[in-house]
Design a protein. Structure first.
Length: 421
């Protein structure tokens, strides 16, 4: 269990890090201030502050985020009547605004906040040292920081470094960069799988080896045979073959194999095993491998493309008959990770590639709160030649976020029932 948990955290961490780094890198290139780069959600357990960005590690390894200036409600940081501390620079401007009780500022000025503008004119005013007879105003430095209630120190968000101040194409590239990085990760991971295997498993249904106590080998199947039909269904690819075998756990079934130039009929009873919460059939066969340099060098690209088509076809089929069993959340990923960890590093890397590709495709769905929804709003802005009002965009994002949270709860509960009961 410990190995599974560690593997899950590492796999999930890599997926989040790669995805969020895409947003981070192109936001920086566009001149957008990235206030915080976080791996994990919930309470902070570690923070490293730089001149522009605070890097945090949070306790729940179930996601992460890139906090860009202008894309969150900064007004919640300060409240009228709130007691804060100001630290001034040599020119007398506020360089640090401390709203936290967890950190103390050396020589900080106590201030009860009255009004502020940290976006355009950059000032804050209030009553110093409890003296309500004099309302004092301090100018705030453009690169000033604010210490939030949980102790996280981030830069303030002046308008010129906010997300909406970047050009439209820069914002579109920033939104697309997360899924794009997931596609790159899938290509690299699949390529690494081929390298570690020393070859590429072929998809022509030719058998290269058998597992221990193989039902196929016991029935008389030999290395080099090609399975061309299962239960009168033609199998033109290894995926089609696996799909047909998975359907018939424990059932004696007619297989048609091609051996040299001859076709033979063999009866095989697939063994019933539990995979991903389902009872499926297996006959204990492995595909033959192509060990050529060309096959290994191109596998990252070819497998990513092939898997993308399979995922898109699976998504398409969901419109004809949707089921929560077609989706999987963190619980399902944990189950997949548990199985992959049993088979070693190659299996884990293969799972990483598959999950990364899934994450990239799902994030491009045109749902508000996802990257695809943001891109849709960018396209709408290009057509209208003006952005949607912040209020309408906020409502759409809230609706999308609510839908995703509801779907996540339903999927997680369904996964718990599938994998643990």
């Amino acid at each position: 269990m410990i190995i599974t948990i560690l593997t899950f955290i590492i796999v999930f961490g890599i997926l989040v890090l790669v995805h969020e780094f895409g947003h981070f890198f192109f936001a920086k290139r566009a001149g957008i201030l990235v206030r915080e780069f976080s791996i994990g959600m919930g309470p902070k357990i570690f923070a490293h502050e730089t001149a522009t960005t605070t890097y945090t590690l949070r306790i729940l390894p179930l996601g992460g985020y890139v906090r860009m200036a202008g894309l969150e409600d900064d007004e919640d940081t300060l409240k009228p009547g709130q007691l804060i501390n100001l630290q001034l620079d040599k020119s007398g401007q506020a360089s640090v605004i401390n709203t936290s009780q967890k950190k103390l500022l050396f020589n900080g000025i106590p201030l009860q906040v009255n009004h502020w503008d940290l976006t355009d004119e950059l000032w804050i005013e209030g009553y110093e040292n409890g003296d309500e007879s004099v309302l004092k105003r301090y100018h705030v430095a453009h690169n000033a920081s604010i210490i939030e209630e949980d102790g996280t120190k981030v830069r303030i968000a002046p308008r010129d470094v906010q997300f909406q101040s970047a050009k439209l194409w820069q914002r579109m590239l920033t939104n697309f960069a997360g899924p794009m990085n997931n596609f790159f990760l899938a290509i690299i991971a699949f390529g690494l799988v081929a390298l570690l295997q020393g070859g590429v498993y072929q998809t022509n249904n030719q058998i290269g080896a058998f597992t221990e106590n193989s039902a196929a080998q016991q029935a008389g199947v030999k290395t080099g045979d090609r399975i061309i039909a299962v239960n009168h269904h033609k199998t033109n690819s290894w995926q089609e073959l696996a799909t047909q075998i998975n359907k018939i756990p424990g059932k004696k079934t007619l297989f048609v194999i091609q051996r040299h130039q001859q076709q033979k009929k063999i009866w095989i009873t697939p063994k019933a095993v539990k995979q991903n919460g389902k009872r499926v059939g297996v006959i204990g066969i492995q595909a033959s491998q192509d060990h050529s340099f060309a096959a290994i060098a191109t596998y990252g690209f070819t497998e990513t493309w092939s898997m993308t088509l399979q995922l898109l076809n699976a998504i398409k089929s969901m419109f004809h008959g949707f089921s929560l069993n077609d989706l999987g959340g963190p619980v399902a990923i944990y189950s997949y990770t548990s199985q992959a960890a049993k088979y070693g590093i190659v299996s884990v890397i293969n799972l990483l590639a598959f999950l990364s590709l899934n994450l990239g495709i799902v994030n491009l769905f045109p749902i508000p709160a996802l990257d695809g929804g943001k891109l849709l709003l960018n396209i709408l802005e290009a057509i209208r030649r003006k952005p949607l009002s912040p209020e309408k965009e906020g409502v759409l994002t809230l609706i999308g976020f609510g839908f995703l949270m509801l779907l996540m709860l339903l999927v997680t509960w369904n996964d718990i029932q599938r994998y643990f009961f």
